[in-house]
Design a protein around this ligand. Structure first.
Ligand code: 2AM
Ligand code: CA
Length: 265
């Protein structure tokens, strides 16, 4: 690993853990909760404070780097050149508000459009998942093994139950047989956690209809580093600055589900 990425790795881990401590401290304080695009789209003062914390740290240390953040304190970014930090200060805000668990900080770092580093911190479980492209993926200090193929019958996949009954993107009659055939389904309510779990082999695949770059930036780096496959629902590569559907999974399983259930949608 060259010194530039070693330095980024050291700072990113330090800031993610500091931000996690800020979030933990907030559990004993009153939270200010507002809604964004609809009554179920929540934002709290902590989402905003944590994003501002990252921006001040990154700008103070790497003034040439650009930042794209969920809460909009970063910049308007239209091109992928240079180093871009893609940040979700709290992914799974509804879980944060309702459960005080099952949320994560997600930080993906891209250089000229290529994902180079990913950090997903499950604050409550104190699990930091991270990867540097070409240097392996880890959960805390444990190296994550390469993902091995698994059959559809043995797979535990993650998806949101509502999509099986109503869905603008995929005819629900497509997802129902898949749900019946797999070993089990799960839904955690935080894309970052679900992506980290695929990287760690706890989930075999994850399907979601619409995510923003800050939801998947870090997870994409993590999953690709352990040999998983990251595409949209059509099997096309993700555009890192665009919203997208997402389908990630173990090698082999991804191809099987795509060709048997998703192609043609
Ligand atoms: P959030 O908690 O940061 O908003 C829930 O299924 C997952 O999808 C969470 O990761 C959530 O991120 C994300 N999400 C919810 N609504 C979304 C939307 N309209 N666009 C993109 N991502 C969304
Ligand atoms: Ca998010």
């Amino acid at each position: 690993m060259n010194d530039f990425w070693k330095q980024i790795d050291t700072y990113a881990k330090q800031w993610v853990r500091e931000a996690g401590a800020m979030i933990k401290d907030s559990f004993s304080k009153e939270l200010l909760i507002q809604t964004k695009s609809n009554p179920n789209d929540l934002v709290t003062n902590m989402d905003q404070e944590v994003e501002q914390f990252f921006i001040s740290k990154i700008k103070g240390t790497f003034p040439n780097h650009r930042i794209l953040g969920e809460e909009g304190y970063g910049e308007k970014i239209e091109t992928t050149e240079g180093v871009i930090w893609v940040i979700d200060p709290i992914d799974g805000t509804m879980n944060f508000v309702h459960q005080q668990r099952n949320f994560a900080i997600s930080v993906g770092i891209f250089e000229n459009g290529v994902g180079q580093a990913g950090f997903i911190y499950d604050v409550v479980h104190d699990e930091l998942y991270y990867a540097l492209k070409g240097h392996g993926a880890y959960m805390n200090d444990i190296k994550l093994p390469k993902l091995e193929p698994v059959s559809i019958e043995e797979a535990v996949i993650s998806l949101n139950a509502t999509w099986v009954t109503e869905n603008k993107r995929i005819d629900p009659s497509v997802l129902s047989p898949l749900v019946r055939r797999v070993r089990g389904t799960r839904s955690y309510g935080s894309a970052a956690i679900e992506l980290a779990y695929v990287a760690a082999g706890r989930l075999d695949a994850y399907i979601t209809m619409r995510l923003a770059p800050w939801d998947f930036a870090a997870g994409k780096v993590l999953i690709e580093e352990v040999g998983g496959v990251v595409t949209d629902l059509k099997g096309e590569p993700l555009q890192i600055l665009n919203r997208s559907s997402l389908f990630v999974g173990k090698p082999g399983l991804h191809e099987n589900i795509l060709s048997t259930y998703l192609s043609g949608n």
